[in-house]
Design a protein around this ligand. Structure first.
Ligand SMILES: [Zn+2]
Length: 345
């Protein structure tokens, strides 16, 4: 490891934009393929190979294909192990991760409560064993329309009322952005806010600034997933800067889905950071895209000219953008600073 790699690996980090389904390891695939007799053929290879992904649409195709391997609630224990292993490899102590029930429920083999009972229980167990704290955000999804999203919200509320768990902290809007404007999910987000849930939305990943405007003004999303099309609109940049709305930037993901940028060196994260926006760094779909969080930070240094101090600002932005209580954020940040200082001296 060179000095920068060591520096980055030594920083305790958080991640706030991660889909657990896209953390499934090849070992877990094999376990499930053996269990259900799923053949390793051309389709399997194509849909689990990120080099075949050329847009958000083809990414979603892979996403749903991966989900089709999960046929019994206990299968989700494998995902939990994979997420924790990923976190440990990257020195991540806290994650707010998306879990997407829509396609699982549509297939009819596993119910919402069965899925989340396993996830919440297994993440709690994993936290006791590893110290890595993973909280879930239910992706109500825009792919299947507002009615389906509202149903997911109702199921989330009922689950929380029954279990009282702190393992689920909010809802997110993921899925196909083109043709599914944020504004259609106004009622879902308003009901979620009334229920005391945190609300976040993917926007400006594949659609222009109007999508980000809707996410912040109509949905009142507390954070925006991606939001990179904001650079097309000076008024939006001004607004994001003024309100310091956290932007969950996932550089490699944007390069792979190709909507606005095809080279890391051209990624607008540099421009957004320099414009004073509240930028955070995440991987989105680490195993599918074959990207580790440590590597995302390395790329910022080598391809976008970020300094060590700027990396620490991004690490702090990530932590402060989590939904942890303020006193916990401060406690963690103190520890991060002490760790970094001791590794440098
Ligand atoms: Zn995402």
């Amino acid at each position: 490891m060179d000095d920068i790699q060591k520096f980055i690996a030594g920083i305790p980090k958080t991640e706030i934009h991660l889909h657990i389904e896209m953390c499934v390891s090849s070992a877990s695939y094999r376990t499930l393929m053996d269990k259900y007799g799923i053949p390793q053929d051309e389709t399997t290879n194509a849909l689990t190979d990120f080099s075949k992904i050329v847009s958000l649409e083809s990414m979603l195709e892979s996403f749903f294909f991966v989900q089709s391997f999960f046929r019994e609630p206990e299968d989700f224990a494998l995902v939990v192990q994979d997420v924790i292993a990923y976190a440990k490899r990257n020195n991540i102590y806290y994650i707010e991760a998306f879990a997407s029930p829509s396609m699982i429920l549509n297939r009819g083999l596993i119910g919402f409560d069965e899925m989340f009972d396993v996830l919440v229980k297994e993440f709690a167990k994993a936290k006791r064993a590893s110290g890595v704290d993973v909280r879930l955000i239910v992706d109500v999804s825009r792919t299947f329309g507002p009615e389906n999203a509202m149903n997911n919200l109702e199921l989330t509320r009922a689950f929380l009322a029954r279990t009282g768990t702190s393992g689920i902290i909010g809802i997110g809007l993921g899925g196909q952005e083109i043709g599914h404007p944020c504004a259609e999910y106004d009622a879902v987000f308003s009901a979620a806010r009334d229920a005391g849930l945190h609300v976040v939305a993917h926007a400006g990943e594949e659609v222009g600034p109007e999508s980000v405007w809707e996410a912040i003004d109509v949905l009142r999303a507390e954070r925006v997933g991606h939001g990179i099309s904001c650079v097309q609109d000076p008024a939006l940049l001004e607004r994001l800067k003024k309100d310091q709305i956290p932007l969950e930037i996932c550089p490699t993901s944007n390069i792979i889905t190709k909507a606005y940028v095809s080279e890391l060196s051209d990624h607008p994260i540099r421009e957004m950071f320099d414009a004073g926006l509240n930028v955070t760094v995440n991987t989105d779909d680490p195993i599918l895209f074959s990207i580790e969080l440590n590597e995302e930070y390395q790329n910022l240094v080598h391809k976008m000219g970020f300094s060590r101090d700027e990396l620490l600002t991004l690490v702090r932005n990530n932590l402060m953008a989590t939904f942890l209580p303020e006193h916990e954020k401060e406690k963690h940040w103190k520890r991060v600073q002490e760790t970094v200082a001791s590794s440098i001296s």
